[in-house]
Design a protein around this ligand. Structure first.
Ligand code: SF4
Ligand code: SF4
Length: 300
């Protein structure tokens, strides 16, 4: 596979692995976490994000739409999803940037060219390229190729993954990945299904296998008050992680930053009313992990 869909290439990133990095966000994810702050990465297809508050109802997009999918109702652009072919033309002509096209197809060589532009920063800072998402491992053929190219050029590689993929996807890239950022969220399977949309068995098994294979791992755990900060979940996570050779554990306090995107994508945000956990409660959770000799970092 020579091309894949991404949403963004973030330059000079300092939270997705060591040093200064170029982070590539792939589109498409098998999970649907209630607190996801990048909901535009969930759907593998291209999408149109609509900023209703910017729309003046001028009707230019309706005239430009090749499918006649747009009408103006109550002063705003309204799209007939059945007619829309996601061509993106309406985003090109809006004078108020009320529509944004989400998703860009890139080839391995195009992406590699972007990554190599900052080679000098990687060398100076010990950085490299991070492949995130969405879930990069569902783009396995493309990912395998780009990782191979990075290794040929001596670029440090990091994969930011939910682990919710067949083990074979991970197995075939092990020799090309320098660091895994691996998410765990809920240890109770029923709660995992409720809040995340899938079972956790495979995710936990894959993490154990990565550890057994001697991979370098940073575990990342979001902390959402009332969802996964209870004693049972923290104790189970500590128990499980005591058998995992993780170099550090990042606790990521919940924040609401992506909330508006749900409305713009016509998605439902299910954690309405949820507040950021207090610093004190995060520190207390961190201390519990530390008591078992685990290296903890709060934040990314
Ligand atoms: S072109 Fe932009 S401002 Fe005009 S109707 Fe379409 S979305 Fe609204
Ligand atoms: S993406 Fe294309 S088909 Fe869909 S509403 Fe916009 S212009 Fe029309």
């Amino acid at each position: 596979m020579n091309s894949s869909t991404i949403i963004n290439i973030q330059k000079y990133s300092i939270h997705d692995g060591p040093g200064i990095r170029t982070t590539v966000f792939f589109k498409g994810c098998p999970l649907k976490c209630w607190w996801c702050h990048n909901p535009e990465t969930q759907n593998p297809r291209h999408e149109i994000m609509f900023f209703e508050e910017r729309c003046t109802g001028c009707g230019i997009c309706a005239k430009r739409c090749p499918q006649n999918a747009i009408s103006i109702k109550e002063g705003h652009s309204v799209v007939d999803e059945e007619k829309c072919i996601l061509c993106g033309k309406c985003t090109d002509f809006c004078p108020n940037t009320a529509k944004e096209y989400v998703g860009r197809d890139v080839t391995v060589s195009e992406l590699m060219k972007e990554i190599m532009k900052d080679e000098v920063f990687y060398d100076e800072s010990g950085g490299g390229a991070t492949f995130s998402g969405g879930e990069p491992l569902i783009h396995i053929e493309f990912l395998n190729e780009i990782l191979k190219k990075c290794k040929e050029k001596g670029i440090h590689t990091t994969i930011d993954t939910s682990g919710c993929v067949p083990w074979e996807n991970l197995e075939q890239i092990l020799d090309k990945v320098d660091l895994f950022l691996y998410d765990i969220k809920l240890m109770d399977n029923e709660k995992h299904i409720k809040y995340i949309g899938s079972e956790n068995t495979n995710i936990l098994e894959n993490l154990k296998k990565l550890s057994d294979n001697g991979c370098r791992i940073f575990v990342r755990m979001p902390i959402i008050a009332g969802v996964n900060d209870d004693d049972d979940n923290i104790n189970s996570a500590i128990e499980f992680l005591s058998h995992i050779n993780a170099e550090q554990i990042n606790l990521l306090p919940y924040h609401k930053m992506g909330m508006d995107k749900y409305r713009r994508l016509k998605m439902t945000y299910k954690l309405t009313g949820m507040e950021k956990p207090s610093e004190k409660s995060i520190e207390e959770i961190a201390d519990r992990f530390k008591r078992f000799g685990m290296k903890i970092k709060i934040g990314g």
